[in-house]
Design a binder for this molecule. Structure first.
Ligand SMILES: NC(=O)c1ccc[n+]([C@@H]2O[C@H](COP(=O)([O-])OP(=O)(O)OC[C@H]3O[C@@H](n4cnc5c(N)ncnc54)[C@H](OP(=O)(O)O)[C@@H]3O)[C@@H](O)[C@H]2O)c1
Length: 281
């Protein structure tokens, strides 16, 4: 079971498949991450907003794996975009994880209607974390093309990744294409649309024919398109199933059949980043 590595624009690499922990209860996170690490996952995606960084750190330490064997991502919460707040929040992330560094740290949302529309000074603060080695790579999440263009014009370092909503019903094609053009790796959040795409007849037909699960077919579609994914599950069989993607391949016609499911903006399940302005209390 070899998970491919994707090269990032800063010379580092990231395992193409990881384990997402959004909506995993803090008290259950260490157990879920332990199951994932035992299954063979070596990339965990968490965030300050998820409230479960501590459980991720616990499981990684308890695994006996070397620090360099597990790729760990976290994200800056929406209330901490002001540079001093971002510095303090990043310190708290490392404390909660009980680690000296994260492999990747992201601005979770651009929040263009808050902070006077200034996510550039937030980004420059992440550049500090990269310079001092406490974030090996830095990137963004939910950035639209115009947000990426602003960083390109005003920042020294370009994001290594942009983590965006992307699944068969909402393929976010323009943002993904822009990232590919600019050397920014695309990470797909909600890669199986939290289960909503798994009953689609196009998906179940392919799954039945190949003797694979619908989730495996959709995740394999992402993998063959070069996208980074980290499906979430608290169910041990599903955790293992979602990793078993590297002993089969989709024919081009099957890839095309899934790509044809795109509903454009109608398929979006999460908030629109242009308007999203949620700050957790
Ligand atoms: N940057 C952002 O703004 C953002 C937003 C959302 C998510 N994310 C990241 O992306 C990760 C994945 O997205 P997500 O958690 O929203 O959704 P997802 O991975 O698309 O779907 C998770 C849901 O699908 C179910 N599931 C998982 N594997 C399955 C399988 N093999 N068969 C059937 N059902 C299955 C899970 O159920 P059980 O757990 O009950 O098994 C869970 O309800 C998150 O955990 C997080 O790391 C980032």
């Amino acid at each position: 079971m070899t998970v491919p590595q994707i090269s990032l624009n800063d010379g580092r690499t990231i395992p193409q498949l990881g384990f997402g922990v959004y909506q995993i209860d803090p008290g259950e996170t260490a157990a879920a991450v332990t199951t994932a690490l035992e299954a063979g996952y070596r990339h965990i995606d968490t965030a300050q907003m998820y409230g479960n960084e501590r459980g991720v750190g616990e499981a990684v330490r308890a695994s006996g794996l070397g620090r360099d064997e597990v790729f760990i991502t976290s994200k800056l919460n929406n209330g901490f975009h002001e540079p001093d707040e971002a510095r303090r929040a990043f310190d708290r992330t490392l404390t909660a994880l009980a680690l000296e560094h994260v492999d990747l740290f992201l601005i979770h949302w651009p929040l263009p209607t808050l902070y006077d529309g200034d996510f550039v000074s937030t980004w420059k603060t992440l550049e500090e974390f990269r310079a001092d080695g406490r974030a090996r790579s830095i990137g963004v999440s939910n950035f639209q093309i115009e947000h990426l263009q602003r960083l390109e014009a005003e920042a020294d370092v370009q994001p290594a990744v942009n983590q965006i909503e992307l699944h068969p019903y909402f393929q976010n094609a323009d943002v993904r294409a822009y990232g590919a053009e600019q050397g920014i790796a695309t990470e797909a959040w909600s890669p199986i649309a939290q289960g909503a795409v798994l009953d689609d007849p196009a998906v179940t037909e392919i799954a039945g024919r190949l003797g694979r699960s619908p989730a495996q077919v959709v995740l394999r579609w992402h993998i063959q398109r070069g996208t980074i994914v980290f499906p979430k599950s608290v169910t041990p069989e599903r955790i293992r199933e979602n990793l078993a993607l590297f002993d089969f391949e989709l024919e081009p016609a099957d890839v095309a059949a899934i790509t044809a499911l795109d509903r454009g903006e109608r398929g979006r399940t999460g908030p629109n980043p242009d308007r999203f302005a949620y700050v957790p209390s």
